[in-house]
Design a protein around this ligand. Structure first.
Ligand SMILES: [Zn+2]
Length: 225
């Protein structure tokens, strides 16, 4: 049997990237996961969660440190003197507060370099319709533009695959429950306190989606005090 071409996934350990791994591992033959440490408050938890996810799915894991990005970041995601916005009532303001300069653009380019070096065919990213509303680097326009760029910036033309692009958080959790993705491995919180704070934008979106799907099991595991 011919070996399928291999792919790399961007893995933060959050809901979207975990579900992407769960649903795309086989189809895209994901064999490498990249987790980025750019000084975000939750870097340690994201790395730990990503390691567990990679152990579970038997995928090689690399942590990419971007100290220079940490140095130029001055937002609520990275700076201890700035409080993270709570809830999802002001998503536009909240997105501005946690915006990291060219984050997904950088991450996809780094992953594309791995693709070119290792002859991988795809970069998998958990871009989704809910975050595309406030984060332009989650939109299909952005992904299409990146794919166009890779036709010129690489010799091998890797393709960005977005299995969740048409799904909101409710649909992503629904898919995860249907496909038995182990949501207990997720770390979705912007805070680095070790547990899910249950209040930040990311926690609020995950909690709402679990409640809307009638889940009690993962609510208990992830948000119990
Ligand atoms: Zn949180």
């Amino acid at each position: 049997m011919m070996m399928k071409n291999k792919s790399v996934i961007l893995l933060s350990g959050g809901l979207d990237s975990l579900v992407c791994m769960g649903v795309a591992k086989e189809n895209y033959n994901i064999s490498l996961a990249l987790t980025f440490d750019y000084g975000q408050k939750s870097a340690k938890q994201e790395i730990d969660a990503s390691k567990k996810i990679c152990d579970y799915y038997e995928v090689e894991h690399k942590v990419i440190k971007l100290d220079w990005l940490k140095d130029i970041c001055n937002n609520a995601l990275t700076s201890s003197d700035k409080d993270l916005p709570e809830g999802i009532d002001n998503p536009v303001e909240s997105a501005k507060a946690v915006w990291v300069p060219n984050r997904n653009g950088l991450f996809l380019n780094i992953a594309a370099a791995y693709c070119e070096a290792e002859n991988f065919t795809h970069v998998i990213i958990g871009a989704n319709s809910e975050e595309a509303k406030t984060f332009p680097d989650n939109s299909l326009d952005f992904i299409s533009s990146v794919n166009e760029m890779f036709k010129h910036s690489t010799m091998t033309h890797p393709v960005v695959a977005v299995p969740l692009i048409n799904l909101d958080k409710n649909a992503i959790v629904k898919l995860a429950l249907e496909r038995s993705v182990p949501l207990d491995l997720v770390y979705s919180c912007y805070n680095g306190s070790g547990k899910h704070c249950g209040k930040c934008e990311s926690c609020t979106r995950l909690k709402n989606a679990l409640i809307n799907n009638g889940d009690t099991k993962y609510m208990e595991i992830l948000f119990k005090k």
